[in-house]
Design a protein around this ligand. Structure first.
Ligand code: NAP
Length: 505
């Protein structure tokens, strides 16, 4: 009976998280006969980052015809870059149309998973003290689930209202407020233009300028929507067109040759003219031009960012923030910017692998310790010494140029192969070989050294140790090719725990 929660019975697969990855994993398992699986979700609805990020203007910067599940296409997207509510409701609808909701337990937060070597299964330990057993675990917790709070002195001393963009306080009316926004990343460029018209005054604190390209966002005419509904092949054709256009961008990121330089120069020229179209003061223009290569931090797309910064009631502050005071923000030039509200657009703890869930593998080895000097995996999916454990959107599979859902589906194809391989071999557990892991990790790190991401900017792509553990250094076509067939020869049966633990790395 696939997908039913069966009391305390051993699950074949536990999926952690009901965001895009968790929904896609559940859909894959529903199609795989005879798997008892359950999704465990700490929130009360599906959607992950698309449920949590409700800030004004929130939208995806990958067109939705591409940023959607290949097996659950939506002909009805209202525009090229629909807003968050439309994406969230797509995920809700997909969950229902694939009949996945009955396989999700909501409101349960995982504290740890521990490999039981004798029983060859994972023990899931929840924060309320309850436990479940599962033969395999798919971690679909997503890289953008934990807001990153900036380390600024006095953050707790602020007497006004303060919140993070990923936990927007909709009960607080910003009308007539003096507002400080800290951060100029992907979230801020979306919400700042939306709130500027209602605030009394807005100060944007920029530590480093982003490259912001225009966004070609158009409404989808109703005739096209009904055409896509009637002839799905036409929509698939459009999806491929968008995919290939996005894929071309990878040339600028993963290469250093003349084509990469040409694309980078085109981006620089376009952004400069985008800035000049809104800001006339040359000194002000210069403050908005990044000092690092395009793509080193995520390229942003927005039409209203520069026009908003040109408003008389919006200030751009590039002074270093010294501290937060009870009244506002104190900057290096000695100015205390008095405000009523501070909004932190400071991003996510995306490079902090494996996140807050403690993962103990063979011999009780803690994955966080194991990864402290580099999140080494096989294809971002599996780690030696951690049998039957699979990551979605895991280390070194993030993208700067294309849809992460494409990567997740490729990973699930590989995981499906691993699950079928367990069945075929008639064993309870397999673990990837240490060689496969070091070969993959060393390979991606070598290649990353020649990409734009290691050209000298600091970004959330880099871990505390300076290495890039977040991104895939190639095209998504290459990743698809490398995951198209599960490779049983790289996995060995994992018997009862010998207590030796995983190899040190
Ligand atoms: P982000 O891109 O990481 O930007 C964080 C911003 O906060 C940066 O400007 C950063 O400055 C600044 N910052 C952080 N700590 C600071 C401090 N102590 N003092 C001053 N400034 C500080 O975060 P985000 O905008 O939330 O986006 C994160 C990721 O979410 C994106 O890259 C993207 O993958 C995803 N996202 C996607 C979309 C989408 O449309 N698909 C929308 C929103 C978010 P520095 O640059 O100097 O570090």
């Amino acid at each position: 009976m696939a997908g039913e929660l069966m009391g305390d019975e051993m699950l074949d697969v536990a999926i952690i998280g009901a965001g895009v990855g968790g929904i896609a994993a559940a859909a894959m398992l529903r199609r795989l006969d005879g798997q008892r699986f359950e999704v465990f979700e700490k929130g009360h609805t599906v959607g992950g980052t698309w449920r949590d990020n409700t800030y004004p203007g929130c939208a995806c910067d990958v067109p939705s015809h591409l940023y959607s599940l290949s097996f659950a296409q939506n002909p009805d997207w209202s525009r090229s870059y629909p807003a968050q509510p439309e994406i969230e409701s797509y995920l809700e609808r997909t969950t229902d149309s694939l009949d996945l909701r009955r396989s999700i337990t909501f409101g349960v937060e995982l504290e740890a998973i521990q490999w039981d070597g004798n029983g060859s299964h994972w023990v899931l330990v929840f924060t309320d003290g309850s436990q479940r057993n599962a033969r395999s675990v798919i971690m679909a917790t997503g890289p953008l689930s934990r807001p990153s709070m900036p380390e600024i002195d006095g953050l707790d001393s602020f007497a006004g209202t303060m919140f993070h963009s990923a936990r927007w306080n909709h009960d607080h009316d910003l009308t007539g407020d003096r507002v400080a926004v800290i951060g100029t990343g992907a979230s801020a460029v979306q919400f700042v233009p939306e709130i500027a018209p209602i605030t009394a005054h807005l100060t944007v604190f920029q530590r480093s300028a982003p490259w912001v390209l225009p966004r070609d966002d158009r409404p989808a005419p109703s005739w096209r929507r009904s055409l896509y509904a009637r002839i799905p092949a036409l929509q698939r054709l459009h999806r491929w067109r968008v995919y290939l256009r996005q894929e071309l961008l990878s040339v600028a990121f993963v290469g250093r040759g003349s084509s990469a330089q040409r694309i980078a120069q085109r981006i620089k020229d376009e952004v400069r003219s985008h800035i000049a179209a809104s800001i006339s003061d040359p000194a002000e223009q210069e403050r908005l031009v990044p000092t690092y290569e395009p793509g080193c931090k995520r390229l942003l797309i927005a039409n209203k960012w520069y026009p908003t910064l040109a408003r008389a009631d919006v200030d751009l502050c590039t002074e270093k923030i010294l501290s937060i005071t009870p009244r506002g923000v104190l900057t290096g030039d000695g100015v205390e910017h008095e405000v009523d509200t501070i909004i932190l657009g400071t991003g996510f703890a995306a490079s902090d692998f494996p996140g807050p869930i403690r993962i103990e593998g063979l011999g009780g080895v803690d994955l966080a310790e194991r990864w402290s000097s580099g999140a080494a995996t096989h294809l971002g999916i599996a780690v030696d010494g951690f049998p039957n454990l699979y990551f979605l959107a895991g280390p070194n599979t993030g993208l700067g140029h294309n849809s992460i859902i494409f990567m997740i589906e490729a990973q699930l194809h590989y995981v499906r192969g691993a699950l079928l391989d367990l069945r075929r071999r008639g064993v309870r557990a397999t673990s990837v070989s240490p060689n496969a892991v070091s070969e993959f990790y060393d390979g991606v790190q070598r290649r990353l050294a020649h990409t734009v991401w290691t050209t000298g900017c600091s970004s959330w792509y880099r871990s505390a140790g300076g290495q890039v553990d977040t991104l895939w250094p190639g095209t998504t076509i290459e990743y698809w090719w490398r995951t198209r067939r599960f490779r049983p020869s790289l996995f060995a049966p994992s018997g009862p725990d010998s207590g030796r633990g995983a190899s040190a790395r």
